[in-house]
Design a protein around this ligand. Structure first.
Ligand SMILES: Cc1cc2nc3c(=O)[nH]c(=O)nc-3n(C[C@H](O)[C@H](O)[C@H](O)COP(=O)(O)OP(=O)(O)OC[C@H]3O[C@@H](n4cnc5c(N)ncnc54)[C@H](O)[C@@H]3O)c2cc1C
Length: 396
């Protein structure tokens, strides 16, 4: 057992931290205020190699699994909204890596990222107005018409929904089969019948785009179904015969493997708040002494520090389990997401408290971190859903 980071990991951490400190933090308040998409930061990240397919390849090849958690913690320490703009494309990329053919991954991954001169982003569209946690209830339909697929439906809350060049859209092919009748489709923004709808105004992570995506007789070639037509036919046939496809356990494992990455983002926000509150407490004086000398403030800081460490340990353990092929018998991936999300909300709230009135106003960044943190108990599986997954793993 060795908890120390390797030299490569320390180098990587330093590199991303410097990028976050130089390029992300200074503009975080601007993008939070304006809700513009941070294209200039994305371009700089692409030029630096931080926004690239290579980063994900490097992460995939790291036997410790720590590459992505390290990168994400540092980037989101800078700003979670900008972080999501930079790393949101990782979600559709994971979907193609998990369910697509090698040829699809090879063809579509470069389209998702573009080039450093002309970077692109991609989006993953599952959620609908009536189906968020309950993904079995998706109403978006994909019908086979001749050599094409025709999709109709409404996706909501889609990260990068307004700006994506490539969309991975989950739709129902056979509604009678519930979630087993669903498939994912590769769509470009130039295909006929797909367009962004309403852009959401949000509590936090306001630099990232969250938009509706509308599919109105969207026509795409037949080979755009993830995994290919033959695999889809086999899956549907099995489902019609009532045979187990193994898909659900494969999908659950994929979720367990990707959740530590989401959790690492939340750790980044929590750490930012802990560091800021600690520095502030050493400077701010009341009753003639720095507030860091008051027992109550010490309790806040100590609890915050312990919680951040706990969350990071769970994240690193789950990421290592994913990389080394360990079974997630206790849903450790979900544990890391649940813990880190709730730590981020609690720690940022305590940071506001440590700063007092200054925590509540926009001259200081902690009120933003408090707002940013809340999404982590909601997206990528709410805290309630994570608890359900963990309890099932323990009891079934
Ligand atoms: C900023 C933002 C970005 C997003 N990005 C994307 C994206 O890129 N792609 C995408 O597809 N989606 C995205 N989402 C959607 C997000 O994943 C969903 O909002 C989330 O899964 C919750 O679904 P819901 O909003 O429909 O809530 P609901 O499912 O309606 O849940 C409402 C409440 O009921 C609880 N609940 C629901 N079912 C159960 C149950 N069985 N047991 C116990 N409690 C339950 C929930 O935990 C929650 O507290 C994003 C959302 C936001 C806000």
């Amino acid at each position: 057992m060795d908890f120390s980071l390797s030299e490569e990991h320390i180098e990587l951490q330093k590199w991303v931290h410097e990028f976050a400190e130089r390029e992300i933090r200074p503009v975080a308040a601007y993008y939070d205020e304006t809700e513009e998409f941070p294209w200039p930061v994305l371009k700089k990240a692409a030029e630096a190699g931080l926004y690239s397919i290579d980063i994900y390849l490097q992460a995939h090849q790291d036997p410790t699994g720590l590459t992505l958690p390290i990168i994400l913690e540092e980037a989101f320490w800078g700003c979670a909204g900008i972080g999501l703009a930079l790393f949101g494309t990782g979600l559709p990329l994971s979907a193609v890596a998990a369910a697509g053919t090698p040829e699809q991954l090879f063809e579509w991954a470069p389209k998702m990222f573009g080039t450093p001169e002309d970077p692109k982003v991609a989006a993953f569209g599952v959620t609908e107005p009536q189906a968020g946690s309950d993904v079995r209830s998706l109403r978006t339909r994909a019908k086979r018409v001749g050599d094409e697929w025709v999709l109709n439906g409404q996706k909501v809350f889609i990260s990068n929904g307004r700006y994506a060049d490539v969309y991975v859209i989950v739709a129902t092919v056979d509604p009678e089969l519930g979630h087993r009748g669903q498939a994912s489709f590769l769509i470009t923004k130039d295909d006929p019948g797909i367009r962004p709808g309403k852009k959401e105004k949000k509590l936090g992570i306001r630099a990232s785009d969250t938009s509706e995506v509308l599919l109105e007789d969207c026509r795409i070639p037949g080979d755009r179904v993830l995994g290919g037509m033959d695999r889809l036919e086999q899956k549907l046939d099995k489902a019609r015969r009532g045979e187990s496809s193994g898909r659900s356990s494969a999908a659950l494992r994929t979720f367990e493997m990707t959740r530590p990455s989401v959790a690492a983002q939340a750790v980044g926000i929590a750490r930012a708040a802990l560091e800021f509150a600690t520095d502030y407490a050493k400077e701010r004086k009341t009753f003639g002494v720095p507030i860091s000398r008051h027992q109550s403030i010490q309790n806040h800081l100590a609890d915050m520090a312990v919680e951040v460490e706990c969350a990071r340990l769970l994240v690193h353990k789950a990421a290592w389990m994913a990389a080394s092929g360990q079974p997630f018998n206790k849903a450790e991936g979900s544990m890391s997401k649940l813990k880190a999300a709730e730590v981020a909300v609690r720690v940022t709230e305590q940071a506001v408290q440590v700063l007092g009135g200054y925590g509540y106003i926009k001259d200081f960044p902690v009120e933003k971190w408090y707002r940013d943190s809340k999404i982590y108990t909601i997206f990528e599986g709410t805290s309630e859903i994570q608890r359900m997954v963990i309890a099932r793993a323990l009891t079934e």
